[in-house]
Design a binder for this molecule. Structure first.
Ligand SMILES: NC(=O)c1ccc[n+]([C@@H]2O[C@H](COP(=O)([O-])OP(=O)(O)OC[C@H]3O[C@@H](n4cnc5c(N)ncnc54)[C@H](O)[C@@H]3O)[C@@H](O)[C@H]2O)c1
Ligand SMILES: [Mg+2]
Length: 383
């Protein structure tokens, strides 16, 4: 147990002891004491609680504390301004992220301090008030708030040079980003884009104002509060027990097949959307559905992908592909899938056409890998 944890635990016991038994004035005295002790303990961690904002008087696990901390920043502009001054900030230029190579050969965002960004803004002749445009994205495992900022008004090459990074289109960079970097950059880009296209109220045409965290925008004239939007998308790996069903759109890279996917219609359940999409695209009826997992997907914009496995009856596997949606759809054996999963790089122009699958980081890859593993396990258990 580290020193901070020990202090936290002691404060926790004090705060909890105060709650049920002491008079309210004793309690507020103790809470004040806890507040200032906590502030001094958290200062080295660069987490600040302004006096006006609510300070939690109980301590929880690291995860719970982080979630409550983030939530407090969304609710309190002052706390958010204070957190920004001690945060990790990563940059975009007109929605293109600033990235750098990591030791392991992949990419990560360039994390900067407030003063790093402040001094470069000054050097490049920009008003440092631009920093207030930063948007809260998350909190690291080390309790460091993470913000993103779009510096699209500055010279892109000059910013890249100052921070020894490179601005790279997210479509090209996404699969090269490290495991924690990919969802973080995707989320940041989605939030920045949402702010860019929601500057005006759809009802009144008046400008909307964001809160400091960037978790909402409000129209003061209509009082409508706008929250960042995602489009729900279903994705499904259909199996007939021995084979799985994959399709490809003409826009996919050559040779790549993926699980069937589609946007949900208004009012649909997850199950209804899955059954409709599969019926529309390949003309088969699903028998059973089981949920696997989900993913935020940045392309073309923000989608909330819900991934499922489904079965069809082996007697009803005849496909009737809607060629206006898909170029091809086929059943694949587990051996074909295993070899498709071995292909690690996108085939280059001129390479012979080969079958390959969406890379890791994609929910399609996760569903296909889960299916392959289950098929292998059931083969093994049957001897
Ligand atoms: N992460 C993954 O593993 C993975 C795998 C496959 C597909 N996807 C994503 O799933 C998404 C949906 O797949 P699809 O293209 O087969 O969908 P789809 O089959 O629903 O067809 C796309 C069409 O749906 C319509 N549409 C309805 N609502 C829409 C909305 N909110 N936004 C955009 N278009 C809408 C448009 O006409 C569009 O051309 C794509 O964005 C794709 O990038 C992700
Ligand atoms: Mg589709």
């Amino acid at each position: 147990m580290n020193i901070l944890q020990k202090h936290k635990n002691r404060l926790c016991v004090q705060a909890e002891a105060a709650e049920p038994h002491q008079s309210s004035s004793d309690q507020s005295g103790l809470i004040q004491q806890v507040r200032s002790r906590m502030a001094s303990l958290l200062r080295p961690l660069r987490i600040f609680f302004p006096a006006r904002c609510c300070v939690p008087t109980r301590f929880y696990s690291g995860f719970v504390s982080r979630m409550r901390f983030l939530n407090s920043l969304k609710e309190c502009d002052e706390a958010c301004v204070a957190a920004l001054q001690n945060a990790h900030i990563f940059l975009f230029h007109r929605l293109v992220p600033l990235l750098q190579q990591t030791g392991r050969g992949n990419l990560s965002p360039v994390f900067l301090t407030y003063s790093d960004v402040q001094s470069v803004l000054q050097k490049l002749g920009s008003d440092e008030s631009l920093l207030k445009e930063s948007i809260l994205v998350g909190c690291s495992d080390q309790n460091q708030a993470q913000f993103c900022l779009d510096v699209g008004e500055l010279d892109q090459a000059a910013v890249a040079e100052e921070f020894k990074g490179c601005f790279m289109d997210l479509r090209k960079a996404f699969f090269l980003l490290n495991g924690s970097g990919a969802p973080l950059v995707a989320k940041a880009q989605a939030l920045l884009r949402w702010h860019q296209i929601n500057r005006f109220c759809g009802a009144t045409g008046q400008p909307t104002q964001r809160n400091q965290a960037g978790s909402q925008r409000v129209c003061s004239s209509s009082s409508i509060i706008y929250y960042p939007k995602m489009s729900p998308v279903v994705i499904v790996l259909v199996s007939d027990g021995k084979r799985c069903l994959l399709g490809r759109q003409s826009s996919f890279p050559r040779g790549m097949y993926s699980a069937l996917a589609g946007f949900c219609d208004m009012g649909e359940t997850l199950e209804e959307a899955l059954c409709r999409e599969v019926a529309e695209e390949v003309g088969v009826e699903l028998q059973s559905i089981s949920y696997s997992s989900s993913q935020h997907w940045p392309f073309p914009h923000s989608s909330f992908m819900l991934g499922c496995h489904a079965t069809v009856s082996p007697a009803h596997t005849q496909l009737n592909v809607d060629l206006s949606e898909l170029e091809d759809a086929r059943w694949f054996t587990v051996e074909e899938i295993s070899s498709g999963l071995q292909v690690k790089t996108t085939p280059r122009r001129g390479d012979p056409p080969s079958f390959w699958l969406p890379p890791k980081h994609t929910l399609a890859n996760r569903l296909i890998t889960e299916w392959r593993d289950r098929q292998r396990n059931s083969k093994d258990s049957m001897g």
